[in-house]
Write a protein that binds this ligand. Sequence first.
Ligand SMILES: [Zn+2]
Length: 253
Amino acid sequence: MSDHKQILTQLIEMSRNLGDPSRNLVILGEGNTSAKVDDKTFFVKASGKELRTADENSFVQVSLPPVLETLAGKNLTDEEVKKALSESKSDHSSEIMPSLETFLHAYLLSLPDIRFVGHTHPVAVNSILCSVHSREVIKGRLFPDEIVYCGPAVCYVEYIDLGLPLARHLRKRVEEFMNEQNRPPKVILMENHGLIACGGTSRDVEVITSMYVKAASVLIETYILGGPRFLTPEQVARIDTRPDEKYRQTKTG
Ligand SMILES: [Zn+2]
């Protein structure tokens, strides 16, 4: 199987798993996914397609450089955004259109070590992201496996208009995160919206999504018994740098 075909097969499987209705991560056409083919191209979910029924026709192959240029360029009207997305398709004869969130997928796939991206709207995560205290509570870590699989910190993006404005604001927050943490984020939380998992493999994205949804469920439940007892920054740093935990992190890949 060619690399290109293999990446698409992995993306389809990841998308179907994330779209499984029993997991409460997305319903209908919610969420989108992407995978990097090489430095020039990537696959992204087409607008209107459902993750749970993903197949070869659910994805559009898009050229990376023009999307990154649009992202770095001037403000565009909705019509101009649509035109830019349409022109970025590798196959101009194809009828399907890339998701409006193609800009943020392109940016994340241009970062080191990120080859697959999965964006979902999990009930547990959105219960937090739609609450008044979301900005404070997402700063704490609750248990070791959350740190091992999702990293010592998450990147938080305040609510902003979807599409190009969101992608630009997300890029700013991710750049700040990388300056502080010296690595790209594994978990990005978009306020009043949802979760993005960034991984080197399709399996990484599934594992990060599952573990962060678990952490979100645990966080909500802690309020029944007086609220969360977050690990201290020293405890978080210790888990993040332990040699045996490093081994576990690589085993998910
Ligand atoms: Zn979304």
